[in-house]
Design a protein around this ligand. Structure first.
Ligand code: PLP
Length: 398
């Protein structure tokens, strides 16, 4: 089956809802940090399917787990036991908060579960109208609960009304956060590093303020690790490199190595809030996605790999900072936002890089976002830095 790009684009215009602006490339194959388009052109993938393909495209261990499980049992429903799901819950719990897990099919659904836990937990404390506090710039997903906690998108009047009980304070404003958390707060729901906004880390001071305010009020601290987790920042969970531990953690994206899966993980205390009938999902925790996630964690949850992420991240950051046109590099491990000098058009640089065979993303006008596979090779980092340098030079020569 092969089709010209122009015909594919015409079909897309006719049959797909216009929710995405796609770059004019059809990818047909991937291996490790590499992608190939339909013309056979090779690309270095420094976006990893937006932080999904962290163990590389078509990772052999993930592939084997998926094929083996799919050949045996693809789906049985949550009315019965399947071993991969239970083993995955055990592994997620023991590697983080020690409580219980609810599986979902995506990041936004993992956050829906967290929001439901927070609201029920608040009602049990006698709060009639529970509030959830986030930071301006946070992104938690597109379903209505997660969307209501995503200030930028929640303010779109065409998509309203949002769920009641959500508010936000400026990023890293610890005093405003302390002030916003009170008697009716159910939870503080934040990303440890804002990804979609352009890679903006939350300061330790703001995280500590969130933890202390939650402890003082009885609210839950929910960390959305959908983009930062599964090794992306150089520890299995980003919170491990901060002074706080959440009550609830959400994961998705890289967890399935390309298979759709999300998870909401709790402490033992928060794990008892939801009871039979409170929540559910037909596909969630299915055997194939769970088998893939177990294979991913088998690769990522290893000290040598996580050390490699920190080392490769440091090398990438150093290379980028040496380039003319780069103002700053934000983030941790291999989740980096490259802040370009004023006047440099990041969208033009991103398009130029695609032409040079480097896939990156432009989350906001002045920023390139880099999310390469955690297994990226040192020479691939050098090639990416050289390509970004060349794109910046050609832009300044225009
Ligand atoms: N939370 C964060 C931090 C994200 O980056 C994303 C996706 O970009 C989501 C939630 C939503 O995840 P999904 O697109 O799988 O629903």
């Amino acid at each position: 089956m092969s089709i010209a790009l122009a015909d594919l684009q015409a079909l897309e215009r006719r049959f797909l809802m216009r929710t995405y602006r796609r770059a004019p490339v059809e990818f047909v194959r991937g291996e490790g940090a590499l992608l190939w388009d339909a013309e056979g052109k090779e690309y270095l993938d420094f976006l990893g399917g937006i932080s999904v393909c962290s163990v590389g495209h078509c990772n052999p261990a993930v592939l084997e787990a998926v094929c083996e499980q799919a050949a045996r049992l693809m789906h049985a429903s949550n009315l019965f036991y399947t071993e991969p799901m239970v083993r995955l819950a055990e592994r997620l719990s023991e590697s983080s908060l020690g409580g219980r897990v609810f599986f979902a099919n995506s990041g936004t659904e993992a956050n829906e579960c967290a929001i439901k836990i927070a609201r029920k937990h608040a009602h049990r404390r006698g709060i009639a109208a529970p509030q959830i506090v986030s930071f301006d710039g946070d992104f938690h997903g597109r379903t209505y609960g997660a969307l209501s906690a995503t200030p930028k998108l929640a303010s779109d009047p065409d998509l309203g009304p949002m769920l009641p009980g959500f508010r936000s304070v400026p990023l890293n404003d610890a005093a405003a956060l302390r002030e916003a958390v009170g008697e009716s707060t159910a939870a503080v729901l934040i990303e440890p590093i804002q990804g979609e906004a352009g890679v903006y880390p939350v300061s330790d001071e703001a995280l500590l303020a969130a933890r202390e305010a939650c402890d003082a009020s009885g609210a839950l601290l929910i960390l959305d690790e959908i983009q930062t987790g599964v090794g992306r920042c150089g520890s299995l969970w980003a919170y491990e490199q901060t002074p706080v531990r959440p009550d609830v953690l959400t994961s998705a994206k890289a967890l399935g190595g390309g298979m759709p899966i999300g998870a909401c993980v709790t402490t033992p205390e928060a794990g008892g809030v939801l009871e039979p009938g409170d929540h559910g999902s037909t596909f969630a925790g299915g055997p194939v996605a769970s088998a893939a996630a177990l294979a991913v964690l088998g690769i990522v949850d290893e000290p040598a790999l996580l050390r490699g992420v920190r080392e490769r991240g440091a090398a990438l950051r150093e290379g980028l900072l040496a380039l003319d046109g780069v103002r700053e590099v934000r983030g941790r491990g291999l989740m980096l936002g490259v802040g370009l000098e004023d006047g440099v058009d990041a969208a033009a640089i991103g398009a130029d890089l695609l032409g040079r065979g480097l896939v990156v993303n432009v989350p906001e006008p002045g920023t390139l976002r880099l999310l390469p596979p955690l297994t990226v090779e040192p020479d691939q980092i050098e090639r990416a830095v050289a390509a970004i340098g060349a794109a910046l030079v050609s832009f300044s020569a225009r």
